[in-house]
Design a protein around this ligand. Structure first.
Ligand code: SF4
Length: 281
């Protein structure tokens, strides 16, 4: 069963976002046919950027959130109904600039939300300004002489922030992208996939990536090993694709015993008494 809507995508011809959309649609089809995902209990939120249009192209409930705020929105949805499976599509500017603090704390908390980052290393929707993951030397309208500082490293940040599932995918390798989507969707806890997503209009890094790709066959056994492996791959000039690290641990919802919060919320609130108790002294 496809989850594509009837809206025609307005992405540029040749944009790698088309591959991400198709891969996600195909994985949801497979997982729902296998009974592993109930599409009626699936929520897709997105942020602001070219990626955000994916919200219109999927026939799934959700919210097109404010810039960088998909994660707190998703947490709110999980607190209201912990049985929903919540997915965020976000952009690199959206998540690694505006929404960065949410990413770090959601990693620590291990909220049961999946985050798929369309990382084209630029603010593409606003015509290609440099973003936190733009490489040093990247030329844009705001930095015509080239970006002056080194980029943020999302994989290292996520590993250091205690994320329970950290992966990188390449948008143009559809088969491995599908596999990583599947693993992330079935992971219990906070799963983040940084998807290298060449932007054919403002930052087409296909050639650079193609020559440096390497597959991670199995996740590293510990967070420390994953971090060492990551540093070594940078030294070797390689770009690993796959799951760096995953672990099973209690989610935020379990630690905070959300069920008890539900029962408190269900109690009838006497608003007049509440105001008298807390406001009028
Ligand atoms: S600007 Fe780049 S990311 Fe945005 S739709 Fe066009 S090719 Fe895709």
């Amino acid at each position: 069963m496809t989850v594509r809507s009837e809206i025609l995508p307005s992405w540029c011809p040749g944009c790698s976002n088309f591959v991400i959309l198709n891969a996600f649609d195909s994985v949801i089809d497979e997982l729902s046919r296998d009974g592993k995902i109930d599409v009626r209990k699936l929520i897709v939120n997105s942020g602001i950027g070219c990626h955000g249009k994916i919200f219109d192209y999927l026939n799934i409930s959700g919210v097109n959130a404010l810039h960088g705020r998909s994660i707190p929105l998703s947490l709110g949805i999980k607190l209201a109904n912990k049985d929903l499976k919540v997915v965020c599509f976000v952009g690199d500017g959206d998540m690694y600039a505006e929404g960065l603090e949410h990413l770090i704390h959601a990693s620590r908390y291990n909220i049961d939300v999946k985050v798929f980052v369309h990382n084209n290393e630029t603010f593409a929707l606003t015509t290609g300004q440099s973003a936190p993951t733009s490489k040093k030397g990247f030329k844009s309208k705001v930095r015509p002489e080239g970006e002056r500082v080194e980029p943020l490293d999302p994989i290292l940040l996520l590993l250091a922030s205690n994320a329970s599932f950290v992966a990188r995918a390449y948008a143009l390798d559809q088969e491995s992208l599908k596999q990583i989507f599947k693993e992330a969707l079935l992971h219990k806890g906070f799963a983040v996939v940084d998807i290298l997503q060449p932007c054919v209009s403002f930052n087409d890094f296909r050639n650079e990536v193609r020559d440096r790709l390497m597959k991670i066959e199995n996740p590293l056994k510990s967070r420390e090993e994953a971090i060492s492996f990551h540093f070594q791959s940078i030294k070797d000039g390689k770009i690993p694709i796959g799951v760096y690290f995953k672990e099973e641990r209690k989610t935020f919802e379990e630690v905070e015993q959300i069920e008890k919060v539900y029962s408190r919320l269900k109690r009838k609130i006497d608003l007049k008494k509440l105001i008298e108790d807390f406001v009028i002294q």
